[in-house]
Design a binder for this molecule. Structure first.
Ligand code: FES
Length: 174
């Protein structure tokens, strides 16, 4: 009986792998890790997915991956810093991530990023000269129902327009 309940608990723990923040992007990492059966040699594939979904690899994401694949955090950092295609920090004090997945793109995500690039004078992946804002483009972040979605410092906001995003970003720069 005890064994059965231990198994149930283990299963529950596995099912509850999602990030406590409720940020749905972590769910996509769960799916990628699960698909590779949490194999440690899937690390690069998982990092790719993370970069695609988050735009860059923040500490929290690397820690989450290390736990998921049961790898030492140092190993995950080592791999993430070794390959130039992975970026660890957007560099700015604040990060504005625009989703360019299909649903968001067709609902105006493409226009939002264009307007932001023009207004801030930087391209996606760059940081404003005052180091206040990094602009990041990401693939579907799992919030298609509220497209176009934008992530302000880790907080997902839906049904955004260029003027709403610009107002927020300009507020950061004041
Ligand atoms: S396409 Fe943007 S959240 Fe899915």
């Amino acid at each position: 009986m005890e064994t059965a309940s231990a198994e149930t608990n283990a299963k529950k723990a596995t099912d509850k792998k999602s990030h406590p923040s409720g940020d749905k992007r972590f769910k996509q990492l769960d799916i990628t890790m699960k698909r590779s059966q949490y194999r440690q040699d899937a690390l690069i594939e998982v990092l790719h997915k993370a970069q695609e979904v988050f735009g860059y690899l923040e500490d929290d994401v690397l820690t989450y991956i290390a736990r998921g694949l049961k790898l030492p955090l140092s190993r995950v950092y080592g791999v993430a810093t070794f390959y130039h295609l992975f970026s660890l920090k957007p560099g700015g004090e604040h990060t504005c991530t625009i989703c360019l997945g299909t649903a968001c793109y067709v609902k105006g995500g493409g226009k939002i990023i264009e307007d932001l690039e023009q207004e801030l004078g930087i391209k996606a992946g760059e940081t404003t000269p005052d180091a206040k804002v990094s602009l990041v483009a990401a693939r579907c972040i799992g919030a298609c129902g509220i497209a176009p979605a934008v992530v302000f410092d880790g907080n997902v906001a839906g049904k955004q327009s260029s003027s709403m995003v610009l107002a927020k970003v300009k507020g950061w720069q004041e």
